[in-house]
Design a protein around this ligand. Structure first.
Ligand code: ZN
Length: 139
């Protein structure tokens, strides 16, 4: 068994920016030469998350709207008193979302569903450059 750890950087606009990172994760897998195992995808940072979605225009609005509804950005959070950076909502959304996602691969291909993409969602209240860590474990 082998472990391969790589990273790449994705620029985001913040404010629920949803970025499809499926192709970049697939590239890491192809370059690794590994055939079967699992891929852990992780974003370091407390105001972004990783999950899967069907990357289509409707859901790209639905998901941020859902986050706005359950964790509103126009409310004051205790975190804002701590740092004054005004992104308490970003942290709470990221905590709920989770920072990592794992997908199995076989025959050198990620075993995602046909309409299932891996996305980075940046909840912060400003643009960022996000490091994405991909750790492959397998043969
Ligand atoms: Zn903060």
């Amino acid at each position: 068994m082998e472990i391969v750890t790589k990273e790449f950087t994705i620029p985001t606009r913040g404010f629920n920016d949803v970025v499809d990172i499926t192709a970049a994760v697939s590239d890491v897998l192809h370059l690794s030469g590994l055939s079967e195992g699992s891929a852990l995808v992780f974003v370091p940072g407390a105001t972004a998350g990783i999950t899967t979605i069907e990357y289509e225009p409707g859901l790209l609005k639905d998901y941020p709207e859902f986050m706005e509804k359950i964790i509103p950005s126009n409310k004051t959070y205790h975190h804002d008193d701590t740092w004054g950076d005004g992104n308490g909502f970003s942290h709470v959304r990221a905590a709920l979302q989770g920072a990592s996602f794992t997908v199995p691969f076989k025959d050198g291909r990620l075993l995602l569903g046909t309409w299932q993409q891996i996305i980075l969602i940046d909840f912060d209240n400003r643009s960022r450059n996000r490091r994405i860590i991909v750790q492959l474990t397998g043969n």
